[in-house]
Design a protein around this ligand. Structure first.
Ligand SMILES: C[S@@+](CC[C@H](N)C(=O)[O-])C[C@H]1O[C@@H](n2cnc3c(N)ncnc32)[C@H](O)[C@@H]1O
Length: 282
């Protein structure tokens, strides 16, 4: 599969414009304006007409403001062939990361037509379940792990109960238990934040915890596994750094990937980094 794979208009989703620390996107029937702190160029248009605006200059200091009456706070859209719930959440989140569609496509590409009796996929920091839905649609049994109840609630709506198990737990605690039990998977996906809390004093800190998590991979993967995807939506690491960590334990050629979305006019909004490892001979 060829990367980079910036996500352009797909079904009901479109990146309409961005600039001056903001972005304008269509999520189905609504146009949404929210922060994009990584961009300081000027926007292409000066007449943005959003339905919902997330105020504030950084993702943590705002609130959702309706621009007229009669707007829903929850609705559904079709994006990259998948039906997903939009929900106006904390920090300007909507429950969908459009740049992560690159991951959904990779999952489909790696799983479609792979006839294991039971294709097992482990999705860590799985959030609202776009990647889990992609794996279930490709015929896999997914273990979806996330520490936040609100994320799991949306994931259940997006993925459904058939083909998926939802686990509310700290990722490291869960992975260490599965390693002790000798559980193995055909694919591992991980999309961690830079920093996250998981209750009972457990925290995730990418600088200390990423490499130990990656080091468990050889003990989590089946011999005929379909691959590993690891991504970040922040600037905490370079794509090459993630690929380097994967290469160290998987002894293979991992591929670094730049994530982002792009407007119809081809302007790219960078939105994180990733790396994949796959053995094409399997
Ligand atoms: C970048 S988001 C993942 C988004 C996901 N790819 C999606 O499509 O919704 C990171 C997720 O990690 C979860 N998280 C943060 N720290 C965690 C931890 N220690 N253990 C489990 N989940 C954690 C958050 O609740 C959040 O859903």
């Amino acid at each position: 599969m060829n990367f980079p794979d910036y996500i352009t208009n797909t079904d009901d989703y479109a990146l309409l414009d961005f600039g001056a620390g903001r972005k304008l996107e269509r999520f189905g029937e609504y146009i949404i304006e929210r922060p994009a702190p990584q961009v300081n160029l000027s926007p292409q248009q000066d007449n943005w007409q959003p339905d919902w605006v997330y105020s504030g200059t950084r993702v943590t200091d705002g609130e959702w403001l309706p621009q007229h009456d009669g707007l829903a706070t929850d609705w559904k859209i079709k994006i990259a062939g998948q039906v997903m719930h939009c929900h106006l959440g904390k920090g300007g989140q909507l429950g969908i990361y459009p740049e992560h569609v690159a991951c959904w496509r990779w999952i489909k590409d790696r799983l479609d037509g792979h006839y294991a009796d039971e294709l097992k996929v482990l999705n860590l920091f799985a959030g609202t379940g776009g990647a889990s839905q992609a794996a279930v649609l490709a015929g896999a049994q997914v273990t979806h792990v996330d520490a936040q109840a609100s994320q799991l609630e949306l994931a259940r709506l997006n993925v459904g109960e058939k083909g998926a198990r939802f686990i509310k737990e700290n990722v490291m605690t869960y992975v260490e238990r599965m390693v002790r039990k000798g559980e193995r998977y055909h694919m591992v996906i991980m999309d961690p934040p830079s920093f996250g809390r998981a209750g009972k004093g457990k925290v995730w800190d990418i600088r200390c915890d990423f490499e130990p998590l990656i080091n468990y991979l050889p003990q989590l993967l089946m011999p005929d596994c379909r691959g590993v995807w690891a991504s970040l939506h922040t600037q905490a690491m370079q794509a090459e750094e993630i690929a380097h960590y994967l290469d160290k334990v998987m002894h293979g050629a991992s591929q670094p990937i730049q994530l982002g979305t792009q407007t119809k006019q081809g302007k790219v909004l960078p939105a994180g980094v990733a790396a994949v490892w796959q053995d094409d001979s399997v």
